[in-house]
Design a protein around this ligand. Structure first.
Ligand code: WTA
Length: 648
């Protein structure tokens, strides 16, 4: 193929790949298209252990899907027991390095032992299938241990990213109706302790349903414990006695048993609990480990995400462990103690597959090539990207400086809702084009449509939708089926609405352009404009707030807030700006801290009183206002804001 900007894999890579050449990919895609149920049934039977087989592969009553109906399985069993009973029993499952430098290499049988012990702790306290837990931990092995222990018993977990505030944590505990919170005293970030337990105390004070707070000691700092509610993980562990302490049979669970709920930002102020279930999710994440990461038994695989986000769930914990991989887990930041920390890790552990985000790549580019060049990166054979569109400059650097031009790059498009990767190249089959997620996974049917749901011509922009169900798909919004239907399935009847704009080129390659709704993407983290707005208007001096994403060189987007103050308030804008930035960090979490607060006398609104964020977005992106402003109530508001921008 001689289209410019196409990067085919080397012959050597293709020869050793799970899926070889375009024909290999097309054949898989064709089979899935012709008979999706037979296709997924074959994969599920081959890749997953089932205690009981299904009666039918799929029951699809849009928008509700059930996969592997009537079958029984257990995610923890598939991630642990079956490997511990195989040639992999002494293979490292989780290869962990703490930010201060400690190492823990947990083999499959050791991980099984630790998970079984913790599952016994939960069981001894009366927790069982159907209960819900919140896990709020730093990136230490006990985080996946807690997840796998819950999965073993059928306790539905919701991991809350350690960067979220007490307020955010409280909302999640309450929405989920969790009765147990699993946490740690704190975690390390650039040597500083990030306290976690203090936030749990603040949150749980208003959650009467929580019976137990289990605290793992990570940092060893002073931690207040509330008698009758809080226990140390190690005390509960030590109290396990008898020969069965290390054995805890995995409970055979229905294929549709809720595995986890992960809260993510939507278009309203209230985060939604995305529900994923057991058999379909596991099949999807396991299959994509081979298709997209071309995983081999001998690989050291490293996904640099935080387990608090979906990427960590699917591609640090469940996907890699189910596929029997060695999954690297690193606690800290990429710049500690210096900007070569990641390259040290790659060199030390001979990492073969590295999966990270464009934000991280851009942050690393900025520090200069000498950091990676000082290390031997020759073990790398495949690179991945996720979370946001990767810009050509970042792609080129990743390819040249990290991959030395010999590692295929898989740009993977997916969402919390999709459970696993949906659009990405199979690296031994599909040539890459920088910036494109390329082609859909087998069984995935994307389309680009206009406002009315009609397909647009190749090369034209439109909304990305997905036709038909796939095994890892969202099953519901926790406790809110109406919102689930409305949010995803009514915009284009019968199809799943992704909220992303995209185009499909003449080769059938997908190019994701970004969100079409009020969701920002800051460092690859989803954040709703409304969430930040509702945090701001809770502040006593704020009258109104409008928030938009502003293009940012490193983080993709940055949070930019337009704020009007209540009468008589004002004073020192710099000081107040600082205070409001801190306020948002406290209300939501440090990652949501606005980059910019702009004070204004009024916000642009339609005649019906709706804030026109589109105009504000234009002001911060292009510094001008174009398009239709006829519905605007007071045009001078916009002119003033744009003029203010020009003065800066
Ligand atoms: C964006 C993260 C372009 C997209 C797995 C999507 C991407 C949102 C890509 C989901 C990619 C994710 N190229 N954009 N490869 N991957 N996105 O739920 O806007 O945190 O809708 O899931 O991130 O973010 P979420």
């Amino acid at each position: 193929m001689s289209i410019t900007g196409i990067y085919p894999p080397s012959d050597e890579f293709v020869r050793q790949a799970h899926v070889q050449g375009m024909e290999g990919y097309r054949e898989l895609y064709r089979r899935a298209e012709q008979d999706p149920e037979a296709f997924w049934g074959d994969i599920a039977a081959r890749e997953i252990h089932w205690f009981e087989k299904w009666k039918e592969v799929l029951d699809w009553k849009p928008p509700f899907a059930q996969w592997f109906v009537g079958a029984k399985t257990n995610v923890s069993y598939n991630c642990l027991d079956r490997h511990a009973a195989s040639h992999r029993k002494n293979k490292v499952a989780i290869l962990w390095e703490g930010e201060p430098g400690e190492q823990r290499f947990l083999t499959y049988q050791e991980l099984l032992r630790l998970v079984s012990r913790f599952a016994n702790v939960l069981k001894a306290r009366g927790y069982k299938a159907g209960d819900r837990s919140i896990i709020y931990m730093p990136m230490i092995p006990e985080l996946p241990i807690a997840m796998l222990a819950c999965a073993r018993l059928g306790i539905t977990h919701s991991v809350v990213f350690g960067g979220f505030s007490a307020e955010a944590l409280k909302a999640r505990i309450q929405d989920l109706g969790a009765t147990v919170v699993i946490t740690a005293d704190g975690g390390f970030r650039r040597v500083k302790e990030m306290k976690l337990k203090a936030a749990v105390d603040e949150a749980v004070a208003e959650c009467p349903g929580v019976r137990d707070v289990i605290v793992y000691r990570r940092t060893g700092s002073d931690t207040a414990m509330q008698a009758g509610r809080d226990s140390w993980w190690h005390d509960l562990d030590a109290a396990l006695t008898g020969p069965d302490a290390e054995h805890c049979p995995a409970v055979p669970l229905d294929s549709e048993h809720p595995l986890f709920v992960l809260y993510t930002s939507g278009t309203t102020g209230k985060p939604k609990g995305i529900l994923h279930t057991t058999g379909g999710y596991l099949t999807h994440v396991t299959a994509t480990m081979k298709w997209v990461f071309d995983l081999k038994d001998e690989d050291t695989y490293w996904c640099s995400a935080d387990i608090g986000w979906v990427t960590g769930h699917s591609y640090i914990v469940y996907g890699p462990l189910s596929a029997g991989a060695t999954s690297v887990m690193y606690e800290g930041t990429l710049d500690y103690p210096q900007f070569d920390r990641w390259w040290r890790l790659v060199e030390k552990y001979r990492v073969n597959i590295l999966y990270t985000s464009p934000t991280a790549i851009r942050a690393l580019i900025r520090q200069g090539d000498h950091w990676p060049e000082a290390h031997d990166l020759s073990s790398l054979r495949l690179l991945g990207s996720v979370g946001e569109p990767i810009n050509p400059a970042a792609w080129e650097w990743y390819n040249r400086v990290i991959g030395k031009g010999r590692c295929p790059i898989v740009d993977t498009w997916w969402q919390t809702e999709t459970g696993g990767i949906l659009i990405a190249p199979m690296p031994g089959a599909v040539p890459a084009k920088p910036g494109s997620g390329t082609l859909p996974m087998p069984g995935v049917v994307p389309a680009i449509v206009d406002f009315h749901g009609y397909p647009v011509e190749p090369g034209h922009e439109g909304f990305l939708i997905l036709r038909g169900p796939w095994p890892g798909m969202i099953r519901n919004i926790w406790g809110d089926p109406d919102r689930f239907k409305e949010q995803y399935w009514t915009k284009v009847p019968g199809a799943y609405f992704t909220g992303d704009a995209a185009r499909c080129d003449h080769d059938g390659y997908y190019w994701i352009l970004g969100r079409v709704d009020d969701v920002m993407n800051v460092s690859g983290h989803r954040l709703s404009t409304m969430e930040v707005e509702s945090a701001l208007v809770k502040h006593p001096v704020v009258a109104e707030a409008a928030v938009v994403g502003k293009p940012h060189e490193i983080t993709g987007q940055a949070v930019c807030c337009f704020v009007t103050l209540k009468k008589g308030q004002g004073g020192d804008h710099d000081k107040l700006g600082q205070e409001l930035r801190q306020w948002v960090a406290h209300e939501i979490g440090a990652f949501a801290r606005p980059e910019e607060i702009r004070f204004t006398d009024a916000l642009p609104k339609t005649r019906s009183g709706k804030i026109m964020r589109r105009l504000l977005r234009e002001i911060v992106t292009s510094h001008t206002v174009t398009g239709d402003v006829t519905t605007l109530e007071d045009l001078s508001v916009v002119t003033n804001l744009a003029a203010q921008q020009d003065e800066e």
